[in-house]
Design a protein around this ligand. Structure first.
Ligand SMILES: Nc1ncnc2c1ncn2[C@@H]1O[C@H](COP(=O)(O)OP(=O)(O)OP(=O)(O)O)[C@@H](O)[C@H]1O
Ligand SMILES: [Mg+2]
Length: 1007
């Protein structure tokens, strides 16, 4: 309790303490700025016990950044806020976002201002924004928000580098950590530096923080700096500089001080202030006295030091400090006036007393005066002194005053209000607590902060349980909580809650509610790979929807049901469900529903290989998606059409559709949809022979897929890259990619039915291709057969023939098992013809012609193989065609036709060198050598994609006599990457140094 005696001795004010003893740590932090200035943004985690100087160091860094003309954004987490999503990010970034004119905001976020407004309320007291489009699963939608912010930051920092300081992360919400992880992982090329601080004494409360730091450090995108106490010499220096005293005067005292504070700066500072405050250190005749203390009799904890200072406050100042501690976060002057019942002049007096006593800090924010405690521990000490009963009483008072203060806008501040209402712990206030908790939960869910939403709703649910009664309210709460848990990944508890909700709805005969709940249950089981259970729930939902004549619910249930049927391979039932759903959609002429059902049907027929039906549904889906303004459905339709065109060998249409799909992904700010387009584009480039660009794109996509934790896409991308590496003769590297894909896809357990069929089949094909290159033909067959079995089980014919069968057939040729090769050729031809897959048909023809020729060459048989090779080139399947020509050349030699052999080898040589297929290139060269011929050209004609765009750009700069360092700066990439690109260019152009490579590229008009 404060003393009522306000007659205190006047405290001489000390100059602010200078920074001492942190040269090394500051050096590390300055290098963070140096790196980010060069476009190598990264993150530093600064940790240490309370008071060790984390805030002080981050302030010093902010000062340095400002001196270098950076933009600095500082955000803090508060103990009381730990449920408010993205709080420290909002704190840091809102001033920047609000200061931008709307046109600049729109340009920098590429039209994503709505997404940003959803993360952070852009205008004060504005209702929550809505994203431009709300389709997609929870994870995908959240990624879109994060992606928009990331792109904004990268573009914003192009003008001036940006330092983001996030303070006290031990208190932050899990969503902020997720956002931090996402952002920090992708800032590699940007001029953004992030400094995070957290207190180690609170660290055990956040596993998520620990995991975030560990993950970023382990991939080299962040470093950790743990602060320890200042050295003894720094204590002496501090005293010398604060008191202007000679070293001899303070030496003993400094030793004693250091001994008892262990160099903790906060402890040092508070001890000194308390010695000055109590008059034991005094200023007389311009110098300080009192250094000859026998012992310091220091209190053991910093808290006690704070307590001593608090107890000297007048009752009014103490009361204001209590209210500020209960509010808990930075508090505006107006708010303090609203919750405090002191007359204005007393309030003002109390505030200035607190400021003089160095307890409250005043600043302005958006033209409002705001106050904060000078140190978080001070707030904790004041709050800790309240005692439970008084704390509850004050929280109730703050809650009610705040509600009045916010008036009509109260719901926007639901989380603050909920926080205080809950802590009031007064039953009569429960309804209000529940109302604000639900609103806070809804806000959090809208911002994809599902864990926070779940925690608000959990509290609301518990409060509702102890009350008398509104059963409807309780039923609503169960569903809201179940959804939040499900979206936050807690499927076990979500399931229990949905089942509870289902029992309730069933007992109350609430059919529409029951239908919706069953659909949720079905989706939940489906996402966990329990397809049979999922089906049972969908069917119960269908029954409920039918009984209540709810057609819309019925159509949705039928469409959802098809996904489980697909997983179980029940194509007949799937066709029926889609047919029924389509009939409803058509009867209702509901364009949105029509888009959705047609899209699902397009994919269904695509996997079945019924290309005409698939194309027709996809085109309808496109039409209805446009008519109902559903870009995500249009994206799906284009995606399906691109895959379809690729399978039928129509490369022009493939390109058209993936370009369209990419445009929509861009509009939607969706990195996941981009990645899925990347997948098609990489395959397209691999097939058409643009390997360098495919490799480059794949490595970028893999990095993004890793960052986005894409569990099905990542193994597929790894497989493509692995296959490409094998093709380029980099067998070890290829195997590494394929092994990782193998592990991630769960291919080791092909019986596990929840594995994604499309991914598994590709992973098996990748392994077969690797073993073919290793000439381990039995292994090729082993992987091939399991892959075929997986594909057969699902009925997805096009996928099995795509890569697997041709690889197996080739292995059989090497094994000279022509009968079995013929058997698979026939199957390849049959399956491909059935589904109209031109690529497969042509490859089957190649296999058949080869098989005949290998058994005994004659001119007509050879001519047949040549005709197929020409056909393959028209698709084009550059690599396959050229490989066939190697074999053709061998047969020409056998038939004594040297000239034709050389012609074929030269054609093959050109393709291999263009796409960089090292092993085959060597093979062609060797065959030419045997014929005493030289390759006609070492470098392909101009316009070829041999060099990647980056390599071309760099070679052009080499021609301008720029150093690697200058090039790195000019094109905004890392110094060592320039070296890597040049190394690649040298290898591709067969040159010994960068100048030779640049000259050769110019000579051949490659740049
Ligand atoms: N190197 C230093 N030299 C002089 N004073 C310092 C130094 N480091 C910290 N201080 C002072 O010590 C006090 C405590 O430091 P600071 O607030 O930075 O600690 P913190 O680690 O952020 O604590 P918390 O975990 O409680 O937030 C501050 O008043 C600060 O100015
Ligand atoms: Mg601090």
């Amino acid at each position: 309790m404060p003393s009522s005696d306000s007659q205190q001795p006047a405290q001489p004010s000390l100059a602010p303490f200078p920074l001492v003893g942190r040269a090394a740590e500051l050096g590390v932090l300055h290098s963070l700025l140096d790196d980010a200035e060069k476009g190598r943004g990264r993150t530093v985690f600064l940790s240490g016990e309370p008071g060790i100087g984390k805030t002080r160091l981050s302030e010093e860094l902010a000062r340095e950044a400002t001196r270098r003309q950076w933009v600095v954004a500082v955000g803090r987490a508060y103990a009381v806020e730990s449920g408010v999503p993205y709080a420290p990010f909002a704190d840091a970034l809102l001033p920047i976002l609000r200061a931008l004119p709307p046109s600049a905001l729109a340009a920098l976020s590429r039209g994503g201002a709505a997404e940003l407004a959803l993360l952070f309320p852009l205008s004060i007291d504005a209702p929550l924004g809505r994203p431009s489009v709300v389709i997609g699963d929870a994870a995908e939608l959240k990624t879109r928000l994060f992606w928009t912010l990331l792109q904004f930051l990268i573009r914003y920092a192009e003008k001036a580098p940006l330092l983001i300081v996030l303070e006290n992360l031990h208190w932050t919400d899990p969503s902020s950590l997720e956002l931090l992880h996402f952002t920090a992982r992708q800032l590699g090329g940007a001029r953004v530096a992030i400094l995070c601080t957290y207190s180690t004494s609170e660290r055990e409360i956040s596993q998520v923080l620990r995991a975030t730091e560990h993950s970023l450090v382990s991939v080299g995108l962040a470093s950790s700096q743990q602060l320890t106490g200042l050295p003894a010499s720094a204590t002496t220096e501090l005293l010398r500089r604060v008191f202007g005293a000679a070293e001899e005067t303070v030496r003993d005292f400094a030793g004693m001080l250091f001994g008892s504070t262990r160099g903790n700066p906060l402890f040092l500072e508070q001890t000194i202030k308390s010695l000055v405050g109590s008059g034991r250190l005094q200023q007389r005749d311009g110098s300080w006295h009192g250094w000859q203390l026998d012992n310091l009799q220091l209190p053991e904890y910093i808290r006690d030091l704070f307590l001593a200072r608090i107890q000297r406050l007048s009752p009014a100042a103490y009361a204001v400090a209590e209210l500020a501690a209960v509010v808990g976060v930075r508090v505006s002057h107006d708010m303090l006036r609203a919750v405090c019942d002191l007359p204005t002049h007393e309030l003002l007096g109390a505030i200035s007393e607190l400021r003089r006593a160095d307890m409250l800090l005043e600043s302005t924010e958006d033209r409002n005066i705001v106050y904060d405690f000078t140190h978080p521990l001070l707030r904790e000490t004041v709050h800790g002194e309240l005692g439970q009963a008084r704390a509850r009483m004050l929280h109730a008072r703050v809650a009610e005053c705040m509600e009045r203060y916010y008036g009509a806008g109260a719901l926007v501040h639901a989380n603050e209000l909920a926080y205080h209402f809950v802590r009031s712990d007064a039953r009569e206030l429960d309804p209000k607590a529940i109302a604000f908790l639900r609103a806070a939960g809804a806000h959090a869910a809208a911002r994809h902060a599902h864990r926070e939403a779940a925690s608000y709703l959990q509290t609301a649910f518990e409060l509702a349980q102890r009350g008398e009664g509104d059963t409807d309210l309780r039923a609503d709460l169960i569903e809201e909580l179940a959804l939040a848990k499900q979206n936050s990944g807690d499927s076990r508890n979500a399931l229990a809650l949905w089942e509870q909700a289902q029992r309730g709805a069933s007992a109350a005969h609430a059919l529409p509610r029951l239908a919706a709940i069953e659909r949720r249950l079905g989706n939940l089981h489906y996402s966990q790979g329990r397809f049979v259970e999922a089906l049972a729930h969908y069917d119960m939902g269908i029954a409920a929807a039918e009984r209540s004549h709810d057609e819309l619910a019925l159509a949705k249930l039928l469409t959802s049901k098809t996904t489980s049927l697909e997983a179980l391979g029940d194509t007949k039932a799937q066709a029926k469900a889609l047919h029924d759903a389509l009939a409803i959609a058509e009867r209702r002429n509901d364009k949105k529903l029509l888009a959705r059902v047609h899209r699902a049907s397009a994919l269904f027929y695509l996997w079945l290989g019924m290309k005409d039906k698939s194309a027709s549904h996809a085109l309808h889906a496109l039409e209805f998606a446009r008519a109902s303004g559903e870009p995500a459905e249009a994206w799906s339709a284009h995606w399906a059409l691109a895959v379809l065109s690729a399978l039928t060998g129509d490369t022009i249409a493939t390109k058209h559709h993936f370009v369209e799909a990419r445009r929509i992904a861009d509009e939607l700010h969706s990195p996941v949809l981009h990645l899925r387009v990347d997948e098609i584009e990489i395959e397209y480039k691999s097939a058409t022979g643009d390997w360098p660009s495919a490799v480059e794109q794949a490595s970028r996509s893999i990095a993004l897929a890793r960052a986005l934790e894409q569990r099905t896409l990542l193994p597929r991308l790894l497989t493509y890259t692995g296959i490409l590496s094998v093709g380029r003769g980099e067998l070890e590297e290829g195997k590494r990619y394929l092994d990782e894909a193998w592990t991630l896809s769960g291919a080791a357990y092909p019986d596990n039915r929840s594995g994604d069929v499309h991914t598994l089949v590709r992973v098996y094909a990748g392994m077969a291709i690797y073993h073919l290159a290793m000439r381990e033909y039995d292994e090729v067959m082993r992987y091939g057969l399991i892959g075929l079995a997986v594909a057969d089980r699902s009925g997805y014919a096009p996928w099995s023939v795509h890569r697997l069968l041709p690889t197996m057939i080739e292995a059989l040729f090497w094994k000279q098992d022509f009968a079995l090769a013929d058997f698979y050729c026939e199957r390849l031809r049959h399956d491909s013809e059935r589904v109209g897959q031109r690529v497969g048909v042509v490859l089957a023809e190649a296999g058949e012609a080869m098989s005949a020729m290998l058994r005994g060459t004659t001119q007509p048989l050879l001519d047949a193989v040549i005709a197929v090779a020409d056909k393959i080139d028209t698709i084009p399947l550059a690599f396959d065609g050229a490989r066939l020509r190697l074999e053709i050349a061998r047969r020409h030699v056998e038939m004594g036709d040297r000239d034709s052999a050389i012609r074929q080898l030269n054609r093959a040589f050109e393709v291999f060198s263009r796409i960089g297929a090292a092993a085959e290139l060597e093979q062609a060269r060797a065959q030419l050598r045997e014929l005493d011929a030289r390759p006609r050209t070492r470098v392909p004609p101009s316009g070829s994609p041999l060099l990647s765009p980056r390599e071309k750009e760099i070679l052009l700069l080499v021609l301008q006599h720029k150093s690697n360092k200058e090039i790195a700066k000019a094109i905004g990439c890392a110094h060592r990457n320039v070296g890597k690109h040049l190394e690649n260019a040298c290898r591709k152009l067969d040159c010994h140094n960068r100048h030779e490579a640049a000259e050769r590229a110019r000579l051949h008009e490659l740049i």
